[in-house]
Ligand binder design. Sequence first.
Ligand code: F6P
Length: 363
Amino acid sequence: MPLKRIGVLTGGGDCSGLNAAIRAVTRCAVYQYGATVVGIRDGFEGLLGTPRTLSLTQSMVRGLLARGGTILGSTNKGDPFAYKSVEGDRVITTDRSDEVIENFRNLELDVLIVIGGDGTNAIGWKLHKRGVPVIGLPKTIDNDLDATDVTFGFDTAVNVVVEAIDRLQTTAESHHRIMVVETMGRNVGWIAVEAGLAGGAHIILIPEIPFEIEKIVEAIRKRRAKGRNFTIICVAEGAKLKGGNAVVDKIVRDSAETIRLGGISKTLVDWLEDYNLGECRATDLGHIQRGGTPSAFDRNLATRLGVYAVHCAARGESGVLVVHKNTEASTISLGDALKKIRRVDPDGKWVKTARDIGVSFGD
Ligand code: F6P
């Protein structure tokens, strides 16, 4: 059966490179297969009730390569298998997956390309098991999908953090301050470890290596003793004290991800101020890491994987995640792809390299 109509959606937290992937899917579908591409608005939400779509033509995707965000919109709410709505004090959960399946059929789509992280692709897998041909594309700034060596969005986020650390280095030095910079990453420390290393942070704190305040204080005092009167601490939002828990910003009851992390940089500054180490300041980079122009690496990764997804669709593959392994694009069953979160290995090359040049992990 020739490939005629492709649906594409973006789900979960946005990141840089989503538009590049949408552009790649559209251009390859049109140039190589003469197929039509239907953009679904706001993730799976766009397939609930009356479908909300956008016709993705070549002219619609013109100029998208360098644009951050997603022209289709995204949401990290709206799991159709467990759709949550708040009524007064109660959160009502309903299974609305039938609506999605019906809309997929009514739109006469051959395949649905879902661009997302673990949550969005898990929904894609469930839909595949219900007979909807789904191909997943891996994006997330967290870089926490074990099935792929890298997700698009991550490289841009790392570059944003590195630029921030470069800027904080100079002001920290002028004022002889301790600067704590907080990165995103949820329960993994990839952004913090790679950006911390590239930015020359003196202390890197990640969820995979619980820290002790005394060890951080010791590292700062050691620097002081050598006449280095400022310190940069790069902390992942999920980092935690030995025996403690990550700092929670808020519980979001109607979200698929109910725990919103955030605030460790401020908490750390409060703790450090008790040790007479001089002035400390916190910078939480937040969603700046998710926005703006994608790096060249992310543009190319999104383009390569987007093109590969269309070729897979044309071959009739479905229920797979397109991944980037050992510098090549390939596929893996969506079910298997989501089994494991990729965490920073405390004994692995990133941590070892950082330790070898004197970076403390506060342990
Ligand atoms: O998963 C991507 C991510 O940016 C995490 O690093 C972060 O914890 C979370 O999303 C923030 O989500 P929201 O956009 O809902 O604040």
